[in-house]
Design a protein around this ligand. Structure first.
Ligand SMILES: Cc1cc2nc3c(=O)[nH]c(=O)nc-3n(C[C@H](O)[C@H](O)[C@H](O)COP(=O)(O)OP(=O)(O)OC[C@H]3O[C@@H](n4cnc5c(N)ncnc54)[C@H](O)[C@@H]3O)c2cc1C
Length: 438
């Protein structure tokens, strides 16, 4: 978010400084050294409908690097892997009765056509799914999937959570072939971030890595003072793109407005600035192997005997020439960011997840696994609880030189980089006049 905004502002003639805590740019979308090659730390794909993200890729002169692949989807339940990659396979899917399948199809179609998300925010995901999909579909399909992704917190999440997934999944279908097409950029997100870095620095911008912001406050001469662990700066404007917990540590709560854009926050909300925004964290075990584990891009897992919540066969999207002919499989497990399990040592996850792979693929030759990596992130996905939009920080703070832009503000969308770029573009459209130095 920060790098994309800095690129946009630089292109408009502003001199920007990006301050990044890590040694690399990119945040959750950054890269990882897998030994023989480098690829995204977490799995990332691009959908043909990701027009804002594809717009940025084109703008960076990287459209030739965009590659597309037809992909396949699996579903693992009761120790069995089912293919659900076509309508015919879906009709044969044994888990649900024909009536439940029809209701599930209806849920997807109906959900993809809903635009009034505000109404969905007031009802729980469970209530909405039981009403639209029926109890059988909820119990056999939605509930295990929600439990896998959210744990018991699924009960607190609003219908916006599932609706925004349905909308995005629906848009992944290529209408002519009714098959999923997914894409990536040659060289992965690393190549996108390198191009962004070059674009920012060649416009006299400054990217400060390994530097953490500890405080932001107005100066007496109407500028913004930024204190980091290395030095202090005075800027004309500051846009804070960190997660909400960091925002609350570095900015005084009196400065942040909460709630729907245009609504004045209540005093109560101001004093609780952003406290209620909860995040999911993720542990992602990544397997580098000589042979593929599966031909699916994604296997949805609705089986609590498996310790991970999904299986992502990245090499079924990414041409293996990007990964020195190795195959990459990501095994995520999401949990609340406050869950102590997130702090368990790497070996705890390696052992459990490899045992899960053995039970899912008993015929797989485990000697083909070259290396196993454990990547984790604490603040990943904000939890869209009931009436979520009332608790998110507004882009405009109470100080005209300080703005907030982060993924907690996705009140009607799921977490992905297309939304990130859409948010950057919308922010720029709204505030570019205000950001001019007068
Ligand atoms: C497992 C996983 C799978 C995903 N899959 C996809 C996908 O397939 N497609 C897709 O489009 N998106 C995907 N995403 C989502 C995508 O990665 C995010 O949308 C995106 O990274 C959010 O960017 P951001 O800049 O808003 O937040 P972040 O990436 O969290 O960036 C915040 C930055 O702030 C920095 N920071 C925090 N505190 C400070 C401080 N005090 N001082 C300085 N810097 C600080 C952090 O180091 C970080 O770099 C996935 C994410 C995950 C975790």
């Amino acid at each position: 978010m920060g790098m994309a905004l800095a690129h946009k502002l630089s292109a408009d003639g502003h001199i920007v400084t990006v301050i990044e805590h890590s040694d690399k740019p990119g945040g959750l979308a950054t890269w990882h050294n897998f030994g023989a090659f480098t690829w995204d730390r977490f799995y990332h794909v691009i959908l043909p409908s990701d027009r804002h993200l594809i717009g940025l890729i084109n703008d960076l002169g990287m459209s030739d690097h965009l590659q597309w692949q037809r992909t396949y989807t699996g579903f693992y339940v009761d120790n069995k892997l089912h293919s659900i990659s076509s309508n015919m396979e879906f009709l044969k899917f044994p888990l649900l009765s024909l009536t439940s399948k029809i209701r599930l199809g209806f849920t997807m179609l109906y959900g993809s056509r809903i635009n009034n998300w505000q109404k969905l925010e007031t009802q729980s995901c469970e209530q909405w799914l039981r009403r639209v999909s029926g109890n059988e579909t909820f119990e056999k399909l939605w509930k295990p999937l929600l439990l896998a992704k959210l744990g018991p917190s699924y009960k607190r999440v609003s219908a916006v959570f599932i609706w925004s997934y349905i909308k995005r999944m629906f848009s992944a279908r290529d209408k002519s072939a009714s098959a999923e097409q997914l894409g990536h950029v040659k060289g992965g997100y690393k190549s996108i971030f390198h191009t962004l870095q070059n674009s920012i620095t060649s416009a006299s911008g400054n990217i400060r890595l390994n530097e953490s912001v500890s405080n932001i406050q107005p100066t007496t001469d109407d500028r913004m003072h930024v204190q980091t662990d290395k030095q202090s700066y005075d800027f004309d404007h500051v846009v804070c793109t960190s997660p909400v917990n960091v925002l609350n540590q570095i900015v005084s709560p009196e400065m942040i407005k909460l709630g729907k854009p245009g609504l004045e926050a209540t005093d109560q909300a101001v004093s609780n600035a952003g406290e209620e925004v909860e995040y999911l964290g993720v542990v992602c075990v990544v397997i580098v192997s000589k042979t593929p584990l599966t031909h699916y891009y994604v296997v949805n897992i609705a089986d609590d005997s498996v310790p991970f919540t999904g299986l992502i066969g990245m090499s079924n999207v990414v041409n293996p020439e990007n990964t020195e002919n190795h195959h990459l499989t990501y095994l995520p497990r999401y949990m609340l960011s406050t869950d102590d399990e997130l702090k368990k040592p790497d070996n705890y996850f390696k052992e459990r997840f490899l045992a899960g792979i053995k039970s899912m693929f008993p015929d797989y030759n485990m000697d083909d696994i070259v290396s196993v990596h454990v990547n984790r992130a604490i603040k990943v996905q904000p939890l869209q609880v009931l009436n979520y939009s009332n608790i998110v920080p507004e882009a405009q703070t109470r100080h005209h030189r300080l703005h907030v832009l982060n993924t907690s503000q996705f009140v009607n969308a799921t977490l992905n980089n297309n939304e990130v770029i859409a948010a950057v573009n919308a922010f720029y459209h709204t505030f570019s006049n205000q950001l001019q130095i007068k």
